[in-house]
Design a protein around this ligand. Structure first.
Ligand SMILES: Cc1cc2nc3c(=O)[nH]c(=O)nc-3n(C[C@H](O)[C@H](O)[C@H](O)COP(=O)(O)OP(=O)(O)OC[C@H]3O[C@@H](n4cnc5c(N)ncnc54)[C@H](O)[C@@H]3O)c2cc1C
Length: 806
């Protein structure tokens, strides 16, 4: 061990060794990995080490695909056998709902070009003779499913990194971490101290403890997991070649061939946490005692689906622990608020994701950019609320127990709720609100007035809540709709340097005092970092408004770009709340609540003013996401309930209704407006998203200008966001469905909804430039079925944009 390294990776499991390898590959060779015990000594050594591409987040699926392709490379580079088998794998459908879901999933994997395909029940049984066909309707075949030798794979990453110059230090625990004034770290280890420019926490089962060393509480917890390995099965002894893996989604089990027997793993419905605070420091390479009674129900289903298992012995039981986060994805990237402290932990699927984690983290450290949209894995996607003990345990238990359960787009799950509520929560609930949750915040999805007994069916198609949403859309288009904006992120930027700094941070020109502007925020690569609304309250005082769930992510970005003193950034997201009031009667409603002049002349489109609204002291900004005349009214959090009551009192007689996010989606799609996470994300440039019209190229330098100019002057992006009208099939698209022109895949959907006012199923989609320039009929997969669609030259509602300006 040297006395100083550019990077020290703490932890030598599959993830830490991959980080080390990728850093070395990027040319950073003054690096080391320090391991408490032996390589693999955490979860890694006893993993079933299966891998697959399929994931609910298509960006994560693409990265898993990278991981799998990497194994041959590290084997070659290191000379270490990784023991890879890739016979492919079937996910079984044994209910009509599951079969429909798999068909829809198959279409989404076509978008990614992964090559997964649907298979008939007969094909599955012919390929996997130990599968009992009872109730089997078909399945999805992923050719990239298989398993590895966990020991060999970890050593291959480490060996390849060492060949490129990295150090691997074994049997030496890191016991303390101290931040140094130069931004680096001192690591005290059992065998002396070492300094490092950067530290990576890849401590797996101990990651929470290694986080605590620097005062952070990471939202992850180990949980127990069982698998068993059988004696040889006659069917497999007789067979040539390896049987594909099988996941019985309704049965909560997965199975892979292990020599001439099988490995059967269980995701039980009654999961169990283990050492939530992190494993003990002296935890060795030991198995936990098996708890067969706890997993008995799922095992019984597994033994019925694979009946040959009833006739042979079990060679080995494994009960081990690995880490889970509330959404099951890892925690990767620079930790907000700390300098040069990175995480690569919380990974429940190291053999599908380890390679990708190493890649993006190395890119991020070397280039300052992960090189892909990895928000779904970013450590900054959570706030501190997610580390609360009960929240974490409830969410991870829910995730684990539902690992194979169908996730419906209209389904709201109960764990960790209600946690954050706006002061109007109870009143909205009493009015029939059905809530979803964004970053812990309860947010109305729709209102079922006077129907306390109403229960929405989870569905891939339009649900029984459809008529409620229709009524909210109608109210907004004819009178007014009132939407709780508790899910907005709000920041105040002030101080003498604020205007100069914001001119550099944002791609649009800053507004004049009393005005708003929409402003894309770009990375140096030209990719989007935000779609903010900027309000100028005073010459040196601004509000930036974005998405609530991006708070940590945005604040990290803001602080990374700060030049020094003279600028204060305050996060107002929890302390200021409000409502969006929109619709043709919204000005009349506002006028009833204030003596101020709210005429078009006094408060024009994209204007903002401090007004007394009822009893509240509000900032009122004139804009809407519904395409109507509208106002966003923001007040101190403690006044939000008074605002709600006043708006209801004066709005209801004019036909105003409280509305939820579903109505907002329908309304915004009728206007072709995108939103962050769906249409706007790190994968897209402003020109792709149509946000380049909000770029002021001539205002001087700003972050991302060079890349945006190069794109513009190079002829523009190869894909563009367009609005599609789809032939109605009683269902709407949700996202990532492929779009076809004949047999050519020409793009994919980002979001969709039924346009209740225009009576049309609508979608936003990224399509190739060629098809957008010469629009031709296209087809879109809707719940696995191809439906005719056409590209709309202009939005179907108010194409000239007169309503918001009225
Ligand atoms: C029973 C079971 C079955 C599984 N099946 C699969 C599967 O089929 N497919 C799949 O992809 N995944 C599977 N997993 C999960 C997989 O094992 C994990 O995703 C993966 O091993 C996580 O790797 P890691 O490097 O993040 O953590 P770990 O393997 O836990 O490694 C962390 C390392 O950090 C070291 N360390 C911790 N603290 C310090 C310190 N202070 N100083 C120095 N070193 C330290 C530890 O000693 C350890 O070696 C399974 C796991 C189990 C237990």
């Amino acid at each position: 061990m040297k006395s100083h390294y550019r990077v020290v990776v703490v932890g030598g499991g599959i993830v830490g060794t991959s980080v080390l390898y990728h850093l070395a590959k990027r040319g950073w060779t003054d690096i080391a990995l320090i391991e408490r015990s032996e390589l693999t000594a955490g979860s890694t050594w006893h993993a079933a080490a299966g891998f697959h591409v399929l994931n609910d987040d298509p960006n994560v699926a693409a990265l898993q695909s990278y991981t799998i392709k990497l194994y041959a490379e590290i084997e070659r580079e290191s000379g270490q056998n990784v023991g890879m088998h890739m016979p492919g794998g079937y996910s079984l459908a044994t209910t009509p709902a599951r079969w429909e879901w798999l068909k829809a999933e198959a279409a989404i994997y076509e978008t990614l070009g992964i090559g997964a395909r649907l298979a008939t029940a007969e094909e599955i049984v012919a390929d996997c003779p130990i599968v009992d066909p009872t109730g089997l309707l078909g399945g999805l075949f992923d050719p990239h499913e298989g398993a590895l030798d966990p020991h060999g794979t970890t050593h291959a990453f480490a060996g390849a990194a060492k060949k490129r110059g990295a150090d691997v230090v074994l049997r030496n625990r890191v016991v303390a971490l101290t931040a140094l004034p130069d931004g680096g770290w001192r690591l005290d280890t059992e065998h002396g101290s070492v300094t490092a420019g950067h530290v990576v926490n890849a401590a797996g089962l101990w990651a929470r403890r290694v986080g605590a060393m620097v005062g952070i509480d990471l939202p992850l917890t180990p949980m127990q997991h069982h698998y068993l390995i059988t004696e040889d099965l006659p069917e497999l002894v007789a067979r040539r070649g390896e049987m594909p893996c099988v996941t019985d989604l309704e049965g909560f089990t997965y199975l892979q061939q292990e020599r001439k027997g099988v490995l059967l793993g269980v995701y039980e419905r009654n999961p169990k946490h283990w050492k939530t605070e992190g494993a003990d420091w002296d935890y060795g390479m030991e198995l936990l005692p098996e708890e067969i009674d706890r997993i008995g129900d799922e095992l019984a289903i597994g033994f019925a689906r694979f009946p040959s298992l009833q006739r042979i012995g079990i060679r080995k039981w494994v009960n081990g622990a690995f880490t889970f986060t509330p959404d099951g994805n890892p925690l990767v990237g620079p930790v907000p608020g700390l300098r040069n402290y990175w995480t690569a932990c919380g990974c429940m699927s190291g053999f599908s994701q380890g390679g990708a984690i190493g890649l993006v983290l190395a890119n991020w450290m070397v280039d300052g950019d992960p090189g892909a949209d990895i928000f779904g894995m970013d450590v900054a996607r959570y706030g501190s609320f997610a580390s609360n003990d009960k929240y974490l345990r409830d969410m991870t238990a829910q995730f684990y127990a539902r690992r194979f359960v169908i996730a419906y787009p209209n389904e709201e799950l109960p764990a960790g709720r209600p946690l954050k509520m706006t002061p109007s929560y109870d009143a909205q609930k009493a009015a029939g609100a059905r809530f979803g949750v964004v970053w812990g915040m309860e947010t109305p999805q729709y209102f079922a007035p006077r129907r306390p007994d109403f229960v929405e069916e989870p569905s891939l198609r339009r649900s029984n809540a459809h008529p409620f949403v229709e009524a909210e859309v109608a109210a907004t288009r004819t009178a007014a709709g009132l939407l709780d904006t508790g899910v907005y992120g709000r920041y105040e930027v002030s101080g003498p340097g604020s205007a100069t700094w914001l001119e550099r941070l944002l791609a649009n020109r800053l507004p004049a005092v009393g005005k708003l502007r929409l402003a894309p925020m770009l990375a140096p690569s030209g990719k989007l970092m935000g779609d903010l609304t900027v309000a100028r309250l005073a010459p040196d005082r601004f509000w930036l408004v974005g998405s609530y769930h991006l708070q940590q992510w945005h604040l990290r970005w803001f602080h990374d770009q700060l030049p020094g003193s003279g600028i204060a950034i305050e996060n107002l997201s929890e302390s200021w709340l409000g409502f969006s009031l929109s619709g043709p009667r919204s000005r009349d409603i506002l006028a009833r609540l204030t003596r101020a002049d709210v005429s078009d002349a006094a408060l024009p489109f994209l204007g903002c003013r401090r007004l007394d609204i009822g009893l509240t002291q509000a900032w009122v900004a004139r804009l809407s996401l519904t395409g109507e005349l509208g106002y966003e009214i923001t007040v101190p959090a403690s006044e939000q309930r008074a605002l709600y009551d006043a708006l209801l009192e004066h709005g209801t007689p004019l036909g105003m209704k409280p509305i939820g996010m579903r109505a907002q989606d329908s309304l915004r799609l009728e206007k072709g407006y995108g939103v962050w996470s769906l249409e706007f994300a790190q994968s897209y440039t402003a020109a792709m998203a149509g946000l380049d019209r909000f770029i002021a190229f001539d205002k001087g330098d700003f972050i991302g200008r060079e890349a945006a100019l190069a794109e513009r002057d190079g002829g523009g992006p190869s894909q563009r966001l367009v609005l599609l009208a789809i032939d109605d099939a009683g269902a709407d698209v949700t996202g990532f469905e492929p779009v076809w022109a004949g047999n050519r895949k020409v793009g994919f959907v980002t979001s969709g909804a039924y346009g209740h006012h225009v009576k049309q199923s609508l979608a936003l989609a990224y399509l190739t430039r060629a098809i957008t320039e010469a629009p031709a009929p296209v087809e879109v997969h809707v719940v696995g079925e191809r439906r005719p669609a056409r590209i709309l030259a202009e939005p179907p509602y108010d194409p000239k944009g007169l309503k918001p300006r009225s």
